[in-house]
Design a protein around this ligand. Structure first.
Ligand code: NAD
Length: 498
């Protein structure tokens, strides 16, 4: 077993702090990629490099597949309870290192301390789900006829791969790992090249938790690595979380080799607000939903569908948004291209006649990448800001006359990740919940993330493939059911149907 090698991340505040280069973790060794190319890992708060990441290729993927394949038989042969012990120890390590992990997530991603801490806590909750699997995964059995028994067990599929986005460097990998590993698979993670540092820390934590070498591997890089993971016939299952454009591409490419695939994509989440909405619940919740993580989350509110006259609520939402202190209550934007994209959406809306009632376009802080909270009001339904994913702290208000018009507008959007309604009327809530085209729906909840054991996953262009990535569905995705039919007595007088 290789010794632990990744040093502690020393930051204890937002102060600029460098960290070690993100190498590849293959078969229990830290190794450089075979291209010799690296990319800067930038802290968006300062627009300054804190590390470098290997930009690997298909050869590195092949090395990881071989390591994962070699580790598979022994890992699979362990009783599930023993595999789950690694998750118990990982949970302890993450709790012990909570502060360090929080600052690491904050520095590599740009989100605030509180948001980073919430992310680490959510990653711990995912780990707990892995701990609970042996108590849930007993499968089923039945005497299907006299003397004949059928039982169903869920077996690992083999070598699995996961590709993750920049916005949750620790949590999204932990959406996949607990279920995949406790089920008995081995795994190759390709984190976003923008945020590879939590992933290398994860490798180190799993090592400390006692995971055998080769069971978990990290291959760093970008598109070339993802394409190699899709194409490699030694990989049996492929999970992806990222933008819709890439999700659609990789879903088709991975499935073309016969591996199972699940690819979660982008979003355009609608919040429907009706006049009877409770301001005490609605105002804070809407603002938190569109500004949390600087709007860089797939569950962020992006369109506010105002039904009838809700002007008072909109005024309060605008006031609340203006009070947010950029840098303290609002984190940085991931990179310069994203800042340009977000500003372009706001400019376009303004040029097409919408009103910018809260304007974060000119927000700056040192050299970092920032956009302040922004509210676009009186947008038309066909404006790009009302239809496309902006992925920034921006909400676009579209005004409609009644609930059916609100639902029709939401359902005309190709995405289907999340939607929410704010009301004090149960009938209105039920009417919306039953009709919106979204996989995750909130009632007075602006970020309706289903917590374990429920599964996370949208509909339509927000997801390609069947099922959800977390919870029980996640376990089903990383396993295949085996059905065993047994007959032990020599029952000459019974046939199998009797
Ligand atoms: P992205 O699609 O640009 O990148 C995601 C991953 O794909 C990264 O690891 C990246 O290296 C890789 N990649 C990028 N371009 C590729 C290409 N052309 N071919 C193959 N691989 C490629 O996404 P991002 O910018 O990192 O993350 C933001 C997006 O992720 C948003 O659209 C957001 O809504 C979405 N997201 C969705 C969920 C969900 O659960 N549905 C969760 C988090 C983020």
């Amino acid at each position: 077993m290789a010794a632990l090698e990744i040093p502690k991340f020393l930051a204890e505040s937002y102060d600029y702090t460098e960290y070690v280069e993100a190498l590849n973790w293959i078969g229990g060794e830290w190794v450089a990629g075979s291209t010799g190319e690296t990319l800067d890992v930038v802290n968006p708060r300062y627009a300054k490099s804190i590390s470098r990441v290997e930009m690997s290729n298909a050869d590195d993927v092949q090395a990881a597949v071989e390591a994962a394949n070699a580790a598979f038989p022994a890992w699979k042969a362990l009783p599930m309870r023993e595999r789950a012990q690694v998750m118990y120890r990982l949970k302890y390590i993450m709790e012990r290192d909570l502060e360090e992990l929080t600052w690491l997530v904050s520095h590599e991603n740009g989100k605030t301390y509180d948001e980073a801490k919430a992310e680490v806590l959510k990653a711990i909750e995912c780990t707990e789900f892995g701990c609970s699997l042996p108590n849930m995964a007993a499968g089923g059995q039945l005497d299907v006829s006299r003397g004949v028994n059928c039982r169903q067990v869920y077996e690992p599929v083999g070598v699995c791969a996961g590709v993750t986005p920049f916005n949750f460097p620790l949590m999204v990998p932990m959406w996949m790992l607990p279920q995949a590993l406790v089920a008995g698979n081995t795994f190759i993670l390709k984190p976003s090249e923008q945020v590879p540092l939590s992933a290398i820390k994860l490798a180190e934590m799993l090592k400390e938790a006692g995971l055998p070498d080769g069971v978990f591997n990290v291959v760093n890089g970008g598109k070339a690595v993802v394409e190699a993971l899709c194409d490699n016939e030694g990989i049996d299952a492929f999970g992806f979380v990222g933008s819709t454009y890439v999700a659609k591409l990789v879903y088709g490419r991975a499935a073309a080799t016969g591996k199972r695939a699940l690819a979660l994509g982008g979003a355009k989440n609608h919040l429907i607000i009706v006049p009877d909405a409770d301001p005490a619940v609605t105002v804070d919740n809407v603002v938190a939903s569109f500004t949390g993580c600087a709007g860089q989350r797939c569950m962020a509110a992006s369109v506010l569908v105002a039904v009838g006259n809700v002007d008072k609520l909109i005024e309060q939402i605008a006031e609340k948004a203006k009070q947010i202190k950029v840098g303290e209550g609002l984190g940085a934007i991931t990179n310069e291209q994203s800042v340009t994209r977000i500003r372009r959406y706001i400019d376009e809306a303004e040029q097409s006649g919408a009103k910018i009632i809260v304007d974060g376009r000119n927000t700056t802080q040192g050299e970092g990448y920032w956009v302040g909270p922004t509210i676009i009001d009186h947008a038309s339904k066909d404006m790009p800001s009302a239809r496309e994913e902006i992925f920034g702290p921006v909400i676009t208000i579209v005004r409609v006359n009644d609930l059916d018009e609100a639902i029709d507008f939401e359902n005309s959007n190709p995405y289907g990740n999340a939607s929410a309604v704010y009301t004090t009327n149960g009938e209105v809530a039920r009417y919306v919940v039953d009709r919106v085209e979204a996989g995750m729906v909130g009632v007075n909840v602006g970020v309706p993330v289903p917590r374990e054991p429920f599964g996370f996953g949208g509909w339509n262009d927000s997801k390609f493939g069947h099922g959800n990535i977390t919870g029980w569905d996640g376990y089903r995705f990383w396993t295949r059911p085996r059905k065993i039919t047994s007959k032990w007595a020599n029952q000459k007088d019974w046939n199998w149907m009797s």
